[in-house]
Design a protein around this ligand. Structure first.
Ligand SMILES: *[C@@H]1O[C@H](CO)[C@@H](O)[C@H](O)[C@H]1NC(C)=O
Ligand SMILES: *[C@@H]1O[C@H](CO)[C@@H](O)[C@H](O)[C@H]1NC(C)=O
Ligand SMILES: *[C@@H]1O[C@H](CO)[C@@H](O)[C@H](O)[C@H]1NC(C)=O
Ligand SMILES: *[C@@H]1O[C@H](CO)[C@@H](O)[C@H](O)[C@H]1NC(C)=O
Ligand SMILES: *[C@@H]1O[C@H](CO)[C@@H](O)[C@H](O)[C@H]1NC(C)=O
Ligand SMILES: *[C@@H]1O[C@H](CO)[C@@H](O)[C@H](O)[C@H]1NC(C)=O
Ligand SMILES: *[C@@H]1O[C@H](CO)[C@@H](O)[C@H](O)[C@H]1NC(C)=O
Ligand SMILES: *[C@@H]1O[C@H](CO)[C@@H](O)[C@H](O)[C@H]1NC(C)=O
Ligand SMILES: *[C@@H]1O[C@H](CO)[C@@H](O)[C@H](O)[C@H]1NC(C)=O
Ligand SMILES: *[C@@H]1O[C@H](CO)[C@@H](O)[C@H](O)[C@H]1NC(C)=O
Length: 712
C-alpha cells in the first residue's frame, strides 16, 4: 500500500460494488462490524473498516476513500490506541454508544454517547460517519466534529471560547502511524480571524494572514480561484472555517501532512493521483516572524529580510550574520502630534492577535483615528472587516508580487521622505531614506576629508558603507550644496523600465510622424527636446511647444533661416550652422532624444574623464567598439530584450548621422522600430559628436536627478 498517497476525497458517485463485508451503509446494535467487514457509503465513495497504514501491523478503524487504489484514509477512530491483532470489533450498544473493542473486551475507543433510542450508525457519502437516534433522527455524534489530518468539504475548523470547542487538524506522526504528530492547524479568533500552524503548543510556524471576505490575506491564490468557495464566520467569541468545491468534477481537501505542511490537495475525477494546488509554509518568508518584529520579508530581496521603513536592525551584527530574530526598532521616536504614515503595498498584513477592528470607519476616518490614538502603530483597510489598527510591534510581514492589501505604518514625520520633488530640494544635513530604511541618500565627508559628497549610504552597517557617490570628482567645499530636482525631470525621475522607455520612444516617433506626414499639413517642430515631451500620468508622451514650429507646403523639402531657434544639443549640424531646417533636422533631434532615453543621460551634459565627447560621440564610440549595450541606463535593470535595445540604438544613430540625406524619415523610423529583426542600414558617424566645452557648472549622472553645485 502506498504511503504518500494517503489521502482522501469525496463526491465520487461510482456505483457501490460490494466485494466483501455486509451490504449497506448503516449498522445497528445487532450488527457489529468485525475486522474484515466494512460499512460502505451509499454512493460507494467511502468505506468504514479496519486497516493497517504504511508498514504498520497494527489495526486501526477508519474511513477510507474508495476512489483510489491506495484507499486514502480520511479519518481514524482509534488514532492513539491501535489494536495489535485482528480481533477488533465495532459494536453499537443498545443505548447508543459506539465502541471499539478486541476479543477480550478491552475498549480501544468509543463515542462516549448514551441514552439514545433506536440508535443507528450511518456512513454518509460525504465521508461523515453519523450516529443518530433512529426514530427522532436526532444527531448524537458525527466524525466530522473530530477532524484528524484532513479537512473535507462540510467539515469545520472551529473555535468557541464559551463552549471551549476547538476543532483543528493534527498531523499524523508518520505515514505508518496516525497518532497525533507535532503539528496542528487551528483557527484563531483574532480581531480578524486567521489560521495558525503550530508545532507543539508553543511554536507558531506559519499563519495565513487575516480573513478578507473571500480568502486569507496571505494566500493570494484563494482570492483568484474559481474552484472553491471559502467561508469564515465569526463573532467576538467564536469562529468557523469551511469550504465547498464548486466544480463537481474536482475532489479536494486541506491536508496537514506529517512534515508540517498544509496542502490544498485536489484531484480531477478521471485522473489518478492528486495535485497539490498550493501549500504553506512554502518559502522562508512564510516562516512566522522570519525577519523579527517590524521586519519585512520578501523573496525578491537577497537577503530576504529588511526592516520596515523608518526602522533599523535592533542588532546590526546579528543581521549581518543573517540572524534576524531580534527584529527592528524605530530610528526616530514617535511624536503623537506630528506623525504620519508610510504605505507598504501588497503585503501580508501583520499578526492581528493584538489588533482592533473599528467597523464602519472608512480609510480617512481610520487614518484619523489612528493618528489621534498615540498607541496606534499601523492601520489597514481589510475587506470584510474594514478599519483595523495595530499597537506596538508589527509581527510577520511579507511582501507579495500580487495581492491587494496595503499597510499604513505610523512614522515620525522626519522619517517620511523617500521621494523628492522639485519643490523639496535636499540640503546638506537632510536625507532621503529608502522605504525599507536600508539606504540613505545625503551629504557626507569621507575619511579625513572636509569636502562634502552626495552619496548613497548603506544603513545596515554601523559604519554606513558608501555605495554610490554622485559628485566623485567635484566635491563641495562647504555645507551649502544642495540637491535640486528640476521640474522638467519630475516625470522622468521615476525609474523607467525598458518597456516604458520603449513605449515612450515609439510614442514620440508616432507623434513626430503625424506632424511630418499624417496631418494634412507638414509641420517641422524645430525644437524637439526632452522638456518639450510631456508625459501624462500613464507616462504616455506628447510633443508640446509648437512656438518654433513651421508649416511646410506639402512639396517643400527644406527652408533656410537666418534666425536659428532651437536648443543646443538637439540641433542638427546643417540647422545649427547654416540655418537649414527640414523634416531631417527634426529626425536628428529625435535621434538625440532616443539616446537620452536609452542612456538616462543628457546630450550636452555628459562628462567623460578622457575627452570632450558628448552623448552622441559616446554612443558612436561604443557602437564602433561593439559595446553599445553599455550605453543603457543602469536603472533599466538587467532584464531587457537585447536585440530590441540594439535596434533602438542603431535607429537612433542613423537619425543623428551628419549628412541629412543619410538620415531616415520618421515613416522609416516607425517602420524600423516596429519590425522585429528588421535589417537596418549601418549608420555613419554622427554629426556634432564632439562636445563643445560646457560653460555651465552643472552636470548629471542621469536625468533622474540633476545635481546643482552652488559653490560659494
Ligand atoms: C497484543 O498486546 C498484548 C499486550 O500488549 C500482548 O500480550 C499480545 O501478545 C499482543 N498480541 C499480538 C497478536 O501481538
Ligand atoms: C455488542 O453489542 C451487543 C448488543 O448490545 C451485545 O449483545 C454484545 O455483547 C456486544 N459485544 C461485545 C463484544 O461487547
Ligand atoms: C486486547 O487488548 C488488550 C490490551 O491491549 C490485551 O491485553 C489483550 O491481550 C487483547 N486481547 C486479544 C484477544 O488480543
Ligand atoms: C458560512 O457559514 C455560516 C456558518 O456556518 C453560514 O451561516 C453561512 O450561510 C455561510 N455562508 C456562505 C456564503 O456559505
Ligand atoms: C508535505 O508537503 C510538502 C509540500 O507539498 C512536501 O514537499 C512533503 O514531501 C510532504 N511530506 C510528506 C511526508 O508527504
Ligand atoms: C512634538 O512635536 C511638537 C510640534 O512640532 C513639538 O512642539 C514638541 O516639542 C514635540 N515633542 C517631542 C517630544 O519631540
Ligand atoms: C500581543 O500582546 C502580548 C501581550 O503584550 C504579547 O506578548 C504578544 O507578543 C503580542 N503578539 C503580537 C503578535 O503582537
Ligand atoms: C487607543 O487604542 C487602544 C488599542 O486599540 C485602546 O485600548 C485605547 O482605548 C485607545 N485610546 C483612545 C483614547 O481611544
Ligand atoms: C533649487 O531649488 C530651490 C527650491 O526650489 C530654488 O530656490 C533654487 O533656485 C534651486 N536652484 C537651482 C540652481 O535650480
Ligand atoms: C574648493 O576648494 C578647492 C581647494 O581649496 C578649490 O580649488 C576649489 O576651487 C573650491 N571649489 C569651490 C566650488 O569653491
Amino acid at each position: 500500500m502506498a504511503s504518500v498517497g494517503w489521502f482522501m476525497v469525496l463526491g465520487i458517485s461510482a456505483a457501490a460494488i460490494l466485494v466483501h463485508g455486509q451490504p449497506g451503509d448503516t449498522m445497528t446494535p445487532t450488527k457489529p462490524i468485525k475486522d474484515g467487514q466494512t460499512l460502505m457509503s451509499s454512493g460507494g465513495t467511502f468505506e468504514l473498516g479496519f486497516f493497517s497504514p504504511g508498514d504498520s501491523k497494527s489495526r486501526y478503524l477508519g474511513i477510507q476513500y474508495k476512489g483510489t487504489p491506495d484507499k486514502a484514509v480520511v479519518w481514524v477512530a482509534n488514532r492513539i490506541s491501535p489494536v495489535n491483532d485482528s480481533t477488533g470489533v465495532l459494536n453499537l450498544t443498545g443505548d447508543g454508544n459506539l465502541v471499539l473493542l478486541n476479543g477480550t473486551g478491552y475498549i480501544f475507543w468509543s463515542t462516549d454517547t448514551s441514552n439514545a433510542i433506536n440508535p443507528v450508525v450511518q456512513l454518509l457519502d460525504s465521508g461523515n460517519l453519523v450516529l443518530i437516534q433512529g426514530t427522532s433522527k436526532i444527531l448524537s455524534w458525527q466524525s466530522f466534529d473530530h477532524p484528524s489530518n484532513i479537512l473535507l468539504p462540510g467539515m469545520k475548523l472551529e473555535r468557541d471560547l464559551r463552549t471551549n470547542i476547538d476543532r483543528h487538524l493534527t498531523s499524523w506522526k508518520s505515514s505508518s502511524d496516525p497518532s497525533p504528530g507535532d503539528y496542528s492547524y487551528k483557527i484563531h479568533i483574532n480581531a480578524v480571524p486567521e489560521l495558525f500552524l503550530w508545532r507543539g503548543s508553543v511554536q507558531i510556524l506559519y499563519r495565513t494572514g487575516p480573513w478578507t471576505g473571500r480568502g486569507f490575506n496571505g494566500i493570494p491564490e484563494m482570492e483568484t480561484t474559481k474552484t472553491f468557495r471559502f467561508n469564515l464566520s465569526s463573532n467576538e467569541h467564536a469562529a468557523t472555517y469551511t469550504f465547498v468545491v464548486l466544480d463537481n468534477s474536482i475532489l479536494s481537501g486541506l491536508l496537514l501532512n506529517e512534515t508540517g505542511v498544509v496542502q490544498r490537495v485536489v484531484r480531477f475525477k478521471p485522473k489518478l493521483g492528486w495535485d497539490v494546488y498550493w501549500w504553506h509554509p512554502k518559502d522562508p518568508c512564510d516562516e512566522y516572524a522570519n525577519c523579527g518584529v517590524n521586519g519585512v520579508c520578501s523573496t525578491s530581496y537577497s537577503p530576504a529580510c529588511d526592516c520596515l521603513r523608518g526602522f533599523s536592525p535592533k542588532s546590526p551584527q546579528n543581521w549581518r550574520l543573517r540572524d534576524n530574530s531580534d527584529g527592528c526598532v524605530r530610528r526616530t521616536a514617535l511624536n503623537c502630534s506630528t506623525d504620519g504614515f508610510s504605505v507598504l503595498q501588497q503585503v501580508k498584513l501583520p499578526d492581528t492577535s493584538n489588533a482592533t477592528v473599528h467597523s464602519g470607519k472608512n480609510q480617512e476616518e481610520c487614518e484619523d483615528w489612528c493618528l489621534k490614538n498615540c498607541t496606534c502603530s499601523a492601520y489597514a483597510i481589510i475587506e470584510g472587516s474594514g478599519c483595523v489598527s495595530w499597537t506596538g510591534d508589527l509581527v510577520d510581514i511579507r511582501l507579495f508580487t500580487d495581492g491587494w492589501e496595503n499597510l499604513h505604518v505610523r512614522l515620525a514625520s522626519s522619517e517620511l521622505g523617500d521621494t523628492m520633488t522639485p519643490t523639496k530640494p535636499i540640503k546638506d544635513g537632510q536625507t532621503l531614506m529608502s522605504s525599507g530604511g536600508t539606504f540613505e541618500l545625503g551629504f557626507f565627508s569621507p575619511g579625513d576629508s572636509k569636502s562634502r559628497y552626495l552619496g548613497i549610504q548603506y544603513k545596515g552597517t554601523p559604519d554606513k558603507a558608501v555605495v554610490w557617490v554622485a559628485n566623485r570628482i567635484s566635491p563641495v567645499n562647504d555645507s551649502t550644496g544642495v540637491l535640486n530636482l528640476t521640474g522638467d525631470d519630475k516625470k522622468r525621475s521615476a525609474f523607467l523600465n525598458w518597456q516604458k522607455r520603449l513605449d515612450i520612444i515609439l510614442g514620440i516617433a508616432r507623434g513626430l510622424l503625424y506632424l511630418h506626414q499624417d496631418s494634412r499639413l507638414k509641420i517641422i517642430h524645430r525644437d524637439l527636446k526632452a522638456s518639450n515631451i510631456l508625459l501624462d500620468e500613464d507616462l504616455n508622451p506628447k510633443i508640446s511647444d509648437f512656438g518654433t514650429a513651421r508649416i511646410f507646403k506639402v512639396d517643400q523639402i527644406e527652408e533656410n533661416t537666418k534666425r536659428v531657434v532651437g536648443t543646443y544639443g538637439y540641433m542638427s549640424p546643417e540647422y545649427a550652422m547654416d540655418g537649414i531646417f527640414s523634416v531631417k533636422s527634426d529626425v536628428f533631434s529625435f535621434g538625440v532624444l532616443v539616446l537620452e532615453i536609452l542612456s538616462g543621460k543628457k546630450n550636452r551634459m555628459i562628462k567623460q574623464a578622457e575627452a570632450h565627447v558628448n552623448l552622441l560621440g559616446h554612443a558612436w564610440r561604443l557602437w564602433t567598439e561593439g559595446r553599445c549595450l553599455e550605453i543603457l541606463d543602469e536603472a533599466v535593470g538587467c532584464t531587457y530584450p537585447e536585440s530590441k535595445v540594439l535596434q533602438c540604438i542603431q535607429v537612433a544613430l542613423s537619425c543623428v548621422q551628419e549628412r541629412s540625406e543619410d538620415r531616415p524619415t520618421m515613416a522609416e523610423v516607425v517602420l524600423m522600430l516596429g519590425t522585429e529583426g528588421a535589417l537596418l542600414p549601418q549608420p555613419q558617424r554622427p554629426g556634432f559628436y564632439i562636445a563643445t566645452p560646457s560653460t555651465e557648472r552643472d552636470w548629471s549622472t542621469s536625468n533622474k536627478l540633476t545635481v546643482t553645485i552652488e559653490g560659494r
